[in-house]
Structures are given as C-alpha cells and as structure tokens.
Ligand binder design. Structure first.
Ligand code: C5P
Length: 300
C-alpha cells in the first residue's frame, strides 16, 4: 500500500512579533493563509526506512536537509514513538514549495508525513494528538495540518480557523539563496530592542479579509519580520518596488523571507505582474489562497 498526502505552503498576512520569551521563542499574533504551492509526500510499505526528495529544477537540491536530518525523519520518529511502533516506510517527497524561503515548506512536509504515516501504519491518531505532535516538530507545522486561513498565537503553534470567503491571488518570487529563520529573528531582536511583550494584534487584517476587497487587504498586510529580512537581504527591497511598479497592489516579504509575495487584484492581474517580473527574474510563480491543509490525494 502507498499513500500520498499533499500539504500547502503558508504565507503570513499579518505577522505581529513580540519580545522573546524566556524559552527564546517569540510570541506571535499571525494570520496564516495556505496557498496553492504544495509538496506531496508519499509513504509506502517497506521493512526499513528510506527517504527520497525530488525538487524542481529551480530548487537547489543541496538546500534540502539530507536524510536523517530532514524534518520528515523527525516526524516519523515522533509519531512512531508516540504509539510505540517501529519506524518502517519508504517515503518520497516531491517539493514545489521554496526551501528556506519563509513559506514553511519543511513544515508542510512534516505535516504531510504525519498524516501519511498515520494512515499507512493504521494508527488512527486523534486530531488533538496530531496537532500536539505537529507543534513539537515546529511552530507552523500545526497550521499546515489545518490549512485555510487561521489565526496563529503562542509561538505560532496555536491555530484557530478564521472566515476567509474570498480567493486572493498572489505572485510568489523565490530567491536562489535561502534565509535562516533563527538568523532573521536574531536580527529582529537587534533592530527592535524595545519590542512589546504583546505582538501587534490582527484586527485590521481580519476586517480587511472580511471585505473580500484586495485593495483593502493590500493596505492591511503586515510583517514585523520584514525589516529584519530586508536588513539581511537589502536586494529584496528592489524586488518589492519592482513588483509594485509592475502592477501589484502590494509587495511584502513572506514570513522570515527571502521569498517575496505580491498581492494582485485578480487572476489576470497576477499573470500580468508575473509576466513583468519574469523579464528580470528566473522563477516567478502565480498561486492563490486559501486552500486546504494536509490531505490524502492518493491511496494505491
Ligand atoms: O518552531 P520552528 O522550528 O519553526 O522555529 C525555528 C526557529 O525560529 C526557532 O529555533 C527560533 O529561533 C525561531 N522562532 C522564534 N519564535 C517563533 C518561531 C520561531 O524565535 N515564534
């Protein structure tokens, strides 16, 4: 038997970041949206454990953590330990989400692996246990399970779905060089020594979502990590300007970066912005959200 689970990339429509907590993590108030760039994780029966990763030509294969250090290995061990079973499966990951790009690609793989292995091993893990295991793997892994649009609090691991009836169109520009999330948070601390304990709330963003109007959403997008990411990668500021000059309603850094996002008026406008950006950038993707969280696409 083999099972394929698809899990989406996330973007942060609002990312409010507070001063670091005692455990070193930063308190967040964020609004996640799952978008249609997805990784597929296939788990098949096997006596041992193997993990293979396939990337499209625009992703550097060396940027993907190797077997043993990959978050999918950790997800498998955590799930197996939780139930007291052996880790045994042949797992392959087909990536379409930028690596180290601020779109939670590794988290999507972890979420998809939890669901695929749970089904393959017949474990019937409860939703609450799956979410708790996901949170142990990383702050935004629970969201990759839930998908849609959700408010994230705590260090990002506490997720609560929010209404988001519209479809929003995004142009996504990955970078050939990844950015380390811890490094971006460290730079945030240096640049914001007076960060408040309570992160900026998401009220304006949630009201904007409810209007369904992309012009209003564009005005409400917020990312407290953006200045830190731009400080580490000043070239991204030019890209954001170029996207806006190419017709995007707003450009912003995705999470901790370096992937940049551009909100467009509709699907046609997104394709036009993408065409303009493609004149100078080798990889420009068009997608939309919200989409579903990790879900089974094939049982064979
Ligand atoms: O939870 P996750 O493994 O995705 O976090 C990666 C790193 O990002 C953490 O080790 C930490 O340095 C930083 N981080 C943080 N505050 C958060 C989430 C992540 O400082 N809320």
């Amino acid at each position: 038997m083999s099972i394929t689970v698809r899990a989406p990339a996330k973007i942060n429509l609002h990312l409010g970041v507070g001063a670091p907590r005692a455990d070193g993590f930063h308190p967040l108030v964020t609004v996640y949206q799952a978008v249609g760039l997805c990784d597929d994780v296939t788990a098949a029966e096997s006596p041992g454990w193997t993990l293979g990763v396939t990337v499209p030509d625009w992703i550097d294969p060396d940027a993907v953590p190797v077997t043993g250090a990959n978050i999918v290995d950790r997800a498998a061990r955590l799930l197996a330990d939780h139930h007291g079973v052996e880790v045994h499966a042949s797992v392959s990951v087909i990536k379409s989400i930028p690596v180290a790009g601020g779109m939670a690609g590794g988290s999507a793989d972890a979420a998809a692996a939890l669901v695929a292995l749970d089904r393959l091993w017949g474990l019937e893990t409860t939703d609450d246990d799956l979410l708790a295991l996901a949170a142990e793997l990383g702050s935004d892994v629970p969201f990759a399970l839930v998908g849609g649009t959700a408010l994230g609090t705590g260090r990002g691991e506490l997720v609560e779905p929010v209404a988001d009836p519209a479809t929003w169109w995004w142009v996504v520009v990955p970078s050939d060089q990844g950015l380390s999330t811890p490094a971006v948070y460290r730079r945030f601390d240096e640049l914001s020594p007076d960060a408040p304990e309570e992160p900026a709330d998401a009220r304006a963003l949630l009201l904007a979502l409810a209007t369904g109007d992309p012009v209003i959403l564009a005005g409400a997008l917020h990312n407290d990590l953006e200045s830190a990411a731009l400080d580490l990668r000043p070239d991204l500021a030019d890209l954001l300007e170029l996207g806006e000059a190419s017709g995007a309603l707003r450009g912003l850094v995705s999470g901790s970066g370096p992937t940049c996002l551009f909100l467009a008026e509709d699907a046609d406008a997104a394709r036009e912005v993408a065409a303009r950006l493609s004149e100078s950038r080798s990889v420009v993707l068009v997608t939309n959200g919200p989409v579903a969280g990790a879900h089974v696409v094939t049982y064979a």
